[in-house]
Design a protein around this ligand. Structure first.
Ligand code: SF4
Length: 258
């Protein structure tokens, strides 16, 4: 009995959509969304991923939005089969591993990803909070790029500076493409932004850094985006440390995408 055939994973969904954030914005990706997250960010729009569910949903063909329900947990052969439903020639730019926090299932991923590599030539991109460097090291050999959501204490309520530094350094040493994203809100502090930018620049000032104004969960929600003038000031200040800084909101929400 091999690990690859019989180990299981908590899955939320597999579907095809336009990437709305960060360096890959506007590209078409196959999203594999894993269940489980050990953080509880105040702005989280994926709270349904936090705890394992008894079923997951699989889109039947790219962009059809016709889903079938499948029981959790799922096996690697199942994921590979559902991936093949999506992976039609000339449709996608890459595969996005997202969550939740995919690195909570790093051992499973370390076996799954080499099989995905054998099955498709699509690049593999990981979205992570960047707070599990040891787990990242397990899967890094199978990744083409990483998007890291650095957690600003003033926005997310979490503090992981040293884990972020180690995670970024691992990507840099492995020469895996990496970018960082900071969710910014009215409550963001200048000190947190400077700490994050200096951390990135210490590894490599040319790592792209994205400021993403938070999308409020509701009009009354306590976490609201910063004023436009404030965003301009922050970008100017941070550009002195990280020259490749861009401000990009969640475009998939404006497009009505998943
Ligand atoms: S890390 Fe991502 S999925 Fe987890 S709570 Fe934060 S925003 Fe939500």
């Amino acid at each position: 009995m091999s690990f690859s055939e019989h180990s299981t994973s908590s899955l939320v969904e597999i579907f095809s959509a336009i990437q709305g954030e960060g360096l890959n914005v506007g590209t078409r990706q196959i999203f594999i969304r894993f269940g489980g997250c050990d953080l509880r960010c105040h702005f989280c729009d994926s709270a349904h991923t936090w705890t394992p569910k008894s079923s997951c949903r699989i889109e039947q063909s790219p962009g059809s939005r016709e889903f079938c329900q499948q029981p959790n947990p799922v096996t690697m052969p199942q994921i590979l089969q559902w991936l093949s439903w999506q992976d039609q020639p000339g449709v996608h730019d890459s595969i996005s591993l997202t969550g939740g926090e995919p690195l909570l299932q790093a051992t499973f991923l370390s076996h799954l990803l080499p099989q995905i590599r054998q099955q498709t030539s699509l690049p593999i991109y990981l979205e992570t909070g960047g707070h599990h460097p040891k787990a990242l090291g397990q899967v890094l050999p199978s990744l083409d790029s990483v998007g890291m959501d650095l957690k600003l204490p003033s926005v997310s309520g979490e503090t992981y500076w040293e884990d972020h530094r180690r995670s970024l350094d691992l990507c840099h040493q492995a020469q895996v493409e990496v970018f960082c994203k900071l969710i910014i809100s009215k409550g963001t502090t200048w000190e947190d932004l400077m700490t994050a930018a200096q951390l990135v620049a210490t590894i490599n000032p040319h790592i792209p850094l994205f400021l993403q104004p938070v999308t409020p969960l509701t009009p009354q929600h306590s976490v609201q985006p910063p004023a436009p003038e404030q965003v301009l000031t922050w970008q100017t200040d941070l550009k002195q440390i990280c020259p490749h800084i861009r401000v990009v909101p969640q475009t998939h929400k404006a497009l009505g995408q998943l």
